[in-house]
Design a protein around this ligand. Structure first.
Ligand SMILES: Nc1ncnc2c1ncn2[C@@H]1O[C@H](COP(=O)(O)OP(=O)(O)OP(=O)(O)O)[C@@H](O)[C@H]1O
Ligand SMILES: [Mg+2]
Length: 286
């Protein structure tokens, strides 16, 4: 990739481990470090990232009023280049929303519902998996320092596009046997992509999330993840914190809390430290 824009996707073939939370918090942490950050929500029409930044109502209104074209699903269409040529900069700008927390966002859209099937109709596998990469190369890279893509918790044509476009995966994991298996499956999937297409997708960060160090089991898994993924483990685990959940419900990250609890404060520090490590790993200088 001949680009200086750093890209990563949050992905694990498992629901609820913290993909959206990590995309949001790492994004804000990078913005706090002075970067221009774009988050892209490919994780489904429910619009979790937009909700996480309190802008989903705004998006929903546009959808209800029919003022929702172009949108994130449009950029995967064969006609996208023609649309973008015709509309110029306005085409890309109308996709992007500014949030209060210093990151920009391309929100989800109901069109994501049929995107997996639409992509499945493209015969050539490279073409099927590289539509998002083409879009980022052509229309996004000059605008941002880092792009983080939030992917669905399942392996399909949409998540493949995210992996292919970013070549770097952030895998949030909870401390349990199933997550451990899914992380192993992810590593073997990345190897398959490499063998089949000669495309190297790296496991950039295994990010232990919702860690409760008061339990032995959590400590054991934390240690095991550290050993199994010595090259990819995040420098700091994220503690389980009710504040993270509450803040998300209020449409913000823990960085926006005026009176963070102890665990929220620790979560902030963890995301800041992990964002710094991510910067280095995506730069290729670590
Ligand atoms: N460290 C944490 N402490 C407490 N709650 C958390 C933490 N991280 C995430 N959560 C909560 O857990 C739930 C799932 O997190 P999140 O939505 O980020 O997961 P996901 O992997 O994106 O899920 P999905 O597969 O449904 O997209 C959310 O309610 C979120 O607020
Ligand atoms: Mg999610």
């Amino acid at each position: 990739m001949s680009t200086t824009t750093k890209r990563a996707a949050t992905f694990l073939d498992k629901g609820g481990t913290g993909k959206t939370t990590s995309a949001a918090h790492l994004g804000v942490a990078l913005a706090e470090a002075g970067e221009d950050v774009l988050l892209i929500d490919l994780a489904g029409k429910q619009g979790d990232l937009a909700k996480h930044f309190g802008v989903w109502e705004e998006v929903q209104e546009q959808i209800d009023e029919g003022d929702d074209w172009p949108n994130i699903s449009t950029v995967f269409a064969e006609e996208w280049d023609q649309i973008a040529t015709k509309l110029g900069d306005a085409a890309v700008e109308s996709l992007i929303i500014e949030t209060d927390e210093g990151v920009d966002l391309i929100p989800a859209h109901p069109g994501l519902d049929s995107l997996d099937a639409d992509l499945g109709n493209i015969d050539d596998a490279r073409e099927r998996y590289s539509r998002l990469e083409q879009f980022l190369n052509e229309y996004i890279d000059d605008r941002y320092d880092t792009v983080i893509i939030d992917l669905p918790g399942l392996t399909n044509n949409v998540s493949y596009n995210g992996l292919w476009a970013t070549k770097h995966v952030i895998a949030p994991v909870e401390m349990g046997p199933f997550e451990s298996e899914q992380a192993a499956a992810l590593r073997s999937d990345l190897k398959k992509i490499h063998d089949r297409f000669d495309v190297a997708v790296e496991l950039a960060m295994v990010l232990p999330n919702k860690v409760d160090r008061r339990t032995n089991l959590a400590n054991e898994y934390l240690e095991a993840f550290g050993e199994d993924y010595a090259d990819a483990i995040a420098p700091a685990h994220v503690p389980v914190s009710q504040d993270i959940r509450n803040a998300a419900d209020d449409g913000q990250t823990v960085f926006a809390l005026e009176e963070p609890s102890t665990t929220a404060e620790r979560a902030r520090e963890a995301f800041l430290e992990n964002a710094t490590a991510l910067q280095r790993r995506l730069d290729g200088s670590a």
